[in-house]
Each structure stands twice: as structure tokens, then as C-alpha cells.
Design a protein around this ligand. Structure first.
Ligand code: NAD
Ligand code: WQD
Length: 337
């Protein structure tokens, strides 16, 4: 198939492009490179043994997007491009709505112009807010608590309404839980700019000696050890879920939302210990106050993904930590050399 991938040079997008190329698809990456290194497409080609086409395009630029899509004529679009930092979204809500919401609208209009109606969208478990029940089923109420989460919920709504208006639309809103790890080749991974917002990249930077210690945000949650519990998923498993979702849009019309997680949770301290084991390095930590907006436990109910996508996460916590460590070690060598 011909598949266009917005944000295909980013963390999750790059891993998905590798899987698409390995499965024999023809891929066009559309990325502004706002949060991606320029050599990512070459690295993808190095892993997959074949190249994706690449266009430097901003998703808020509809004429450029329309040209790209009418030229490539994709049969489907995977839409990763966007801004993703919760704290930044609270400070810059207009920018988040412009890129995430208006950019997604421009993408759907460009898809209409190109006659393409198959879409897989990167949504997030953050749309559930503070859940009433865990594991969280897709039928749970959507109550995001910050502009980033609102932007994801809004785009899900737009896609649903597009599906109601146009029976040709076949779309899946994938609600990711906590993606971690990197490709086993250590050629691609997450390279946060500045201080990492997320736990795993922060832990990796402590283990490699770039930061003195981890601050653990609270140990008084209602969880077994008092620290927050999350559903971590290996990024390569997440990438594979996109191929399954792509297949689903070929089999069925309409719009569906599907969780992507494992259903198994780990606490912050369990993550620290697992990372120490995988890296052979100590990860000193200090307990500090809760981070505003955090919840105690977030876990996917993965039953719908198993039933609808025929997909299940295969990589365990050891693989997540090992691959994150190999990638972090590579990054540290690159930065020092
Ligand atoms: P990322 O920042 O690594 O990737 C996003 C990509 O989009 C980058 O390559 C960036 O250059 C590109 N981009 C940003 N703005 C753009 C624009 N205006 N036009 C074109 N390209 C643009 O992030 P990621 O972690 O790979 O996340 C991918 C998607 O998954 C995002 O939509 C994110 O909200 C969603 N998501 C991520 C997580 C997570 O924890 N990483 C969890 C749930 C959902
Ligand atoms: C995990 C756990 C923290 C950092 C965020 C977004 C969500 C989604 C995924 C995009 C929590 C604790 C963290 C640190 C810590 N992204 N922690 N010290 O908050 O579950 O989700 O990323 O859609 O929208 O909100 O992930 O990795 O930030 O935190 O103690 O330095 O680690 O309190 O319990 P989170 P996270």
C-alpha cells in the first residue's frame, strides 16, 4: 500500500515507518522536523533496507499538504504529527490547538482533496483524565484535564463527525498508554530536548550519569508502594499496532477508538529497579511532592485491541529497559564524541 505518515520522523512515527517498510509498503513521510533530527529518514532506511520518500511539510499548511497528498495518492494516512508536552500545553494552549486541532483539520481536508479516507490517529490515554475504573475500557467517559488532552479529544470528535458525514471514512483513534524503549538496533529512539518530561528518558539520563538523581513525584498514592502506576508499552509493539489498525481500516468502515497498552502496570520504583538491572548502573532517587495533575494509576483494558486488531504487546519490561538503555548509551557516546 501507499501510506503517508505525518510526523514520521518523530519517536513513534519513525518506528512505525520501519515496520511499514519492512512489511513492503510504500511510505511518504510528511514532517516539519520541528522535533526530529534531519538524519532520521536515513537511519530508518539503514534499519529497513529501503527508503521512505520524505517531504518537509507543516501540517498547518494546507496547500503544501494537499500538493503532497494529491501527488503521492496515499491509500491511507497515519497521523502522528503534533505537539505533546502537557506542561507546555498549559502555558501555550493556542499553539497546541493550532497545531494539534487546526493541523489535523487541514490534514483531513487535504485527504478529502486527494480522495483518501483511511486514517489512523495518534490519540492518548490522557483523554480519560482521572479514571473512575482501572483497567480503563474505551467506553469510559472522556474527561481530559489539560489543553493537550483536550486537543486529542477534539480531534477524535472531528474524525467521528467526518465518519458520520462521509461513509467512505474508515478511521481508528489509537489511545496510547505510556510508550517507552527504542528500536533494538539503537539507530532510532526518543531524544528529548532539554529536561525530559517523561519518566523513562529521565531515568535513562540518570543511569548514564547525565543527571544526578531522579525526582519521584509522590509516594503517597493509593498504589502498592505509593508511587504512580502506569501501563508502559514498548514502542516497537506500539508501531506494530499501527499496522494492525491500518489493516482494520481496509476491512471496516466507520470510526473506532482503541486502547494500546498491555494491561499490566508498573510503579515508578519498579521502573527504577528494572532499569538498574538492565543497565547495571545505579539510579539514585529522591521522593518529592506530587506533580500537579498526576493520577495514581493508569492501565489499559487491552481486550478490544486483542479482539479488533488481533494485536497484543509482546515485549516485556526487561526489553523496554534494555532497549532504552542501549539507545541512551548510544546518545551519550554521540553527545560526548
Ligand atoms: P514526536 O515529537 O517525537 O513526534 C512528532 C513528530 O511530528 C516530530 O517528528 C515533529 O517534528 C513532527 N511535527 C510536529 N509539529 C509538526 C507540524 N506542525 N507539522 C508537521 N510535523 C510536525 O512525538 P511522539 O512521541 O512520536 O508522538 C507522536 C504522536 O503520538 C503525537 O501526536 C503525540 O501526541 C502522540 N502520543 C504520544 C505519546 C508519548 O508518550 N510519546 C503518548 C500518547 C500519544
Ligand atoms: C509516569 C510516572 C509520574 C517523571 C504523560 C502524559 C500523557 C502521555 C504519556 C502523551 C508518573 C512519575 C515522572 C519524573 C516521576 N503523553 N514521574 N518523576 O504522566 O503517565 O503521561 O506521558 O500523550 O499524556 O501526561 O507519564 O512518564 O510523565 O510519568 O516520578 O521525573 O512517573 O509522576 O507516576 P504520564 P510520565
Amino acid at each position: 500500500m501507499r501510506v503517508a505518515v505525518t510526523g514520521g520522523a518523530g519517536y513513534i512515527g519513525s518506528h512505525t515507518v520501519v515496520c511499514l517498510l519492512e512489511a513492503g509498503h510504500e511510505v511518504l513521510i510528511l514532517d516539519s522536523f520541528a522535533n526530529a533530527a534531519p538524519d532520521v529518514p536515513d537511519r530508518i532506511a539503514g534499519i529497513a533496507g529501503q527508503s521512505a520518500q520524505v517531504m518537509r511539510v507543516d501540517i498547518t499548511d494546507r496547500p503544501a499538504l494537499t500538493d503532497a497528498l494529491t501527488g503521492f495518492r496515499p491509500e491511507a494516512v497515519l497521523h502522528f504529527a503534533g505537539l505533546k508536552a502537557v506542561g507546555e500545553a498549559v502555558e501555550m494552549p493556542l499553539e497546541y490547538y493550532r497545531v494539534n486541532v487546526a493541523g489535523s483539520l487541514e490534514l483531513m481536508r487535504a485527504m478529502e482533496a486527494a480522495g483518501c479516507h483511511r486514517l489512523v490517529f495518534s490519540s492518548s490515554a490522557t483523554v480519560y483524565g482521572d479514571p473512575d475504573v482501572v483497567p480503563i475500557p474505551e467506553t469510559h467517559a472522556l474527561r481530559p484535564t489539560n489543553p493537550y488532552g483536550h486537543s486529542k479529544r477534539m480531534v477524535e470528535q472531528v474524525i467521528e463527525d467526518w465518519g458520520v458525514a462521509n461513509p467512505a471514512v474508515a478511521a481508528v483513534n489509537l489511545r496510547y498508554f505510556n510508550p517507552v524503549g527504542a528500536h533494538g538496533s539503537a539507530q532510532i529512539g526518543e531524544a528529548p530536548q532539554g529536561v525530559p518530561n517523561n519518566l523513562m528518558p529521565y531515568v535513562a539520563q540518570v543511569a548514564v550519569g547525565e543527571r544526578p538523581h531522579l525526582s519521584v513525584f509522590g509516594d503517597d498514592y493509593d498504589t502498592p508502594d505509593g508511587t504512580g502506576v502506569r501501563d508502559y508499552i514498548h514502542v516497537v509493539d506500539l508501531a506494530q499496532a499501527h499496522l494492525a489498525a491500518l489493516d482494520l481500516t481496509g476491512r471496516e468502515g466507520g470510526v473506532q477508538a482503541i486502547n494500546v497498552g498491555t494491561g499490566r502496570g508498573y510503579s515508578v520504583l519498579e521502573m527504577v529497579r528494572a532499569f538498574e538491572t538492565a543497565s547495571g548502573r545505579p539510579v539514585p532517587y529522591e521522593i518529592i511532592a506530587r506533580r500537579p495533575g498526576d493520577i495514581a494509576t493508569s492501565l489499559a483494558d487491552p481486550s478490544l485491541s486483542a479482539a479488533r486488531l488481533g494485536w497484543k504487546a509482546e515485549r516485556d519490561l526487561e526489553a523496554m529497559c534494555r532497549d532504552a538503555w542501549v539507545w541512551q548509551s548510544y546518545l551519550a557516546g554521540k553527545n560526548s564524541g
